[in-house]
Design a binder for this molecule. Structure first.
Ligand SMILES: Cc1ncc(COP(=O)(O)O)c(C=O)c1O
Length: 305
């Protein structure tokens, strides 16, 4: 299948828009704030999910793959998007889910069931082995013809799809910000900036959505190993609110106020932390007046149902 066929079969709306937003705090600091609306690429395969899965799905189709296996939590955006893609593309999907939700299905898991996904619940100890060669070998023996996609879709192939966010940009930016969890999105943006050459001066800032100083940097480095990357990147660890999926009133209120002012919906796990960080960095003078700042809205609103 070529790219256009896949895009039309899944009804993906690329390129996503680059929209200027004008919250009062950005105007007060004299910065131009732009949002890359990857959240609008598709109602289900939103944001970075599409970017990270695109080349894996194209290759799966070319290799006549009929079964895909992947991993995630009970609210995982990645598993949700992949489950939907497999359903649309007639590929059997096995989702290995951390924790037993069989008596307490999340909306995400209900969707998976309606799409015919084979759901396998595993306990946290087993789930921890998800990237270990021996465990992957056992899975490969159990599902001999399946393509195994790592958690979050963060594998080398994902970088190429994410880098297309940078290719699509119509404007130049001094700063580019995105949330970081399994590292594939940030690594793809690093690659994208290095490849196009057009945006060499942009500084890339990842916002950690979980506690993972050094660990997250290592994840990104591992994905970038042996590759030429000259763009500057770093990760801020100041806005995870105590860990993955942790939030508080301040964050929830920020998300609601932001949506009211900009008509852009946020959820507290990824985009809320990204835009809260953007807000704090702005009011604390991190971006010099006159800066052009791009935030990548990576979607994920299904997780907040
Ligand atoms: C909506 C959303 N945004 C951002 C991220 C973080 O991206 P990454 O895992 O590539 O660091 C994720 C997780 O994959 C996500 O689901």
């Amino acid at each position: 299948m070529n790219e256009n066929n896949l895009l039309s079969q899944l009804k993906i709306a690329t390129p996503s828009a680059e929209s200027i937003i004008q919250p009062d705090w950005a105007i007060a600091r004299g910065i131009t704030l732009v949002v890359k609306r990857d959240d609008l690429l598709h109602p289900i395969i939103s944001g970075n999910k599409w970017r990270k899965l695109k080349y894996a799905l194209l290759q799966a189709h070319d290799n006549n793959v009929k079964h895909i296996v992947s991993f995630g939590g009970g609210f995982s955006n990645h598993v949700h998007a992949l489950g939907y893609c497999c359903h649309q593309l007639n590929i059997q999907f096995t989702a290995i889910i951390r924790g037993d939700y069989s008596h307490n299905l999340s909306p995400m898991l209900r969707d998976l069931l309606s799409w015919g996904t084979d759901i396998q619940y595993v306990d946290r100890i087993n789930y921890q082995q998800r990237a270990e060669p021996q465990y992957l070998q056992t899975l490969a023996t159990k599902y001999p013809n399946a393509l195994i996609i790592p958690e979050g879709g963060s594998q080398l192939q994902a970088l190429k799809g994410v880098a297309e966010i940078i290719d699509e940009l119509q404007n130049e930016y001094d700063y580019v910000l995105a949330p970081v969890a399994s590292g594939g999105t940030l690594a793809g943006l690093v690659d994208g900036l290095a490849q196009t050459g057009k945006h060499d001066t942009s500084q890339l800032l990842g916002i950690a959505v979980l506690k993972g100083q050094e660990y997250l940097e290592q994840l990104v480095e591992n994905l970038l190993t042996d590759r030429h990357h000259k763009s500057e990147w770093s990760i801020s660890h100041d806005y995870h609110f105590g860990g993955y999926a942790k939030s508080n009133n301040e964050l929830n209120q920020f998300c609601a106020a932001f949506e009211k002012q900009t008509q852009i919906a946020l959820e507290p796990v990824y985009s809320g932390k990204l835009f809260y960080a953007l807000y704090q960095l702005t009011i604390n003078g991190y971006f010099p007046a006159g800066s052009r700042v791009l935030a990548i809205h990576t979607g994920g609103l299904q997780g907040a149902r």
